[in-house]
Design a protein around this ligand. Structure first.
Ligand SMILES: [Zn+2]
Length: 267
C-alpha cells in the first residue's frame, strides 16, 4: 500500500485530509463483518480473454485481487500484472532500508508473491515510476498501460480505485480508466485503503457499484501465502517499529471474497 505523503499544489488541503484519514486509526474488521451490506452486492464473472491487473505499489494487486489472480492462473487464464512503482517510499527515514534497498526488497517480495499466484514471468511488467509521485506521470502511465492492454489482447483491466484517498492509488485508477476507455475494454477497480478510512454505509463510497468475487478456501489460503511474501510490509524493521500492514489491516483483505467497483451508466 505504501505510506501516503501530502504533495504540493492546489490539492494540498485535500491531500492533507486524505493522508490524515489514512494515518488515523482504521475501521475495525469486526464492524465490517457485522455490517452485512455486502450481502446486497451481486457477483461478477471475469470475461473470457487475458486480464491485466495494475498495482500502484507491490502488494496492492495481492491485497485487492490476489485470490482471484490465483483462481484465474489455476484455470490457465493469462494474467498480466503491471507494477507502477517499486514502493520505495513505504519506510521514510529508515537507515536499514533506504529507498534503493527497499525498492530491491519489494521487487523481490513481489516476485515471490507472483510465483505463489502462478503469474508467468513474461507477464510481469514494471514501470518504475517514483513512489508517491504517480500523479505527476499520470499521462505517461496511462499510455504505457494502454500499450500493455493492446499487446496482451486484454478484455479486462483491474486497477486500484480512483477514490481510494491515496494519491498513487487514485492516479493509477485514473490512468487505468483512460487506457481501458481508449482500448474499449471493461475496467474494474479494487479498494485498498477504503476499508481502513471508510465506515459501513459511508456516503463517500459508491456502494451501488460494488460487486463480489467469491474465493474458495484454497484460493484464500493461496492469497494468504502470497501476502506473507511482503515481509517489509507485514513486520517491523529494526529502525521502523510501525508496521505498514499490521494484522488488523490484513484482516480486511482476507475475507472469503474480493470486491470490485464496476462503474456502469446506471450506478
Ligand atoms: Zn498501495
Amino acid at each position: 500500500m505504501s505510506e501516503p505523503r501530502g504533495s504540493a499544489g492546489g490539492m494540498a488541503n485535500d491531500r492533507r485530509e486524505a493522508a490524515e484519514a489514512i494515518q488515523a486509526a482504521g475501521t475495525d474488521e469486526s464492524l465490517w463483518a457485522a455490517w452485512g451490506g455486502w450481502d446486497r452486492w451481486g457477483e461478477v464473472a471475469v470475461p473470457e480473454g487475458p486480464v491485466v491487473v495494475l498495482a500502484a505499489h507491490p502488494d496492492d494487486e495481492v491485497l485487492g485481487f490476489g485470490g482471484t489472480i490465483g483462481r484465474l492462473t489455476a484455470a490457465d487464464k493469462q494474467v498480466h500484472v503491471v507494477t507502477v512503482t517499486d514502493g520505495e517510499g513505504s519506510h521514510p527515514g529508515s537507515r536499514q532500508m533506504p529507498p534503493p534497498v527497499l525498492a530491491r526488497a519489494r521487487r523481490a517480495e513481489l516476485a515471490d508473491a507472483l510465483d505463489v499466484l502462478g503469474v508467468d514471468g513474461h507477464r510481469r511488467h514494471r514501470l518504475g515510476v517514483a513512489d508517491t509521485g504517480v500523479d505527476k506521470d499520470e499521462a505517461d502511465v496511462g499510455a504505457r498501460v494502454e500499450k500493455v492492454l493492446r499487446n496482451s489482447g486484454a478484455t479486462l483491466c483491474v486497477a486500484p480505485w480512483s477514490g481510494d484517498l491515496h494519491s498513487d492509488h487514485e492516479a493509477v485508477g485514473r490512468a487505468a480508466r483512460a487506457a481501458a476507455t481508449a482500448v474499449g475494454i471493461e475496467l474494474w477497480q479494487y479498494p485498498v485503503w477504503m476499508w481502513h478510512w471508510a465506515v459501513p454505509e459511508d456516503p463517500r463510497v459508491p456502494w451501488r457499484s460494488f460487486h463480489r468475487l467469491p474465493l474458495a478456501p484454497e484460493e484464500l489460503a493461496r492469497k494468504g501465502a502470497a501476502l506473507r511474501c511482503f515481509r517489509t510490509q507485514i513486520a517491523p524493521l529494526v529502525d521502523h517499529a510501525s508496521v505498514v500492514l499490521p494484522p488488523e489491516e490484513l484482516a480486511h483483505h482476507q475475507r472469503p471474497f474480493e470486491t470490485v467497483i464496476v462503474e456502469t451508466e446506471s450506478a
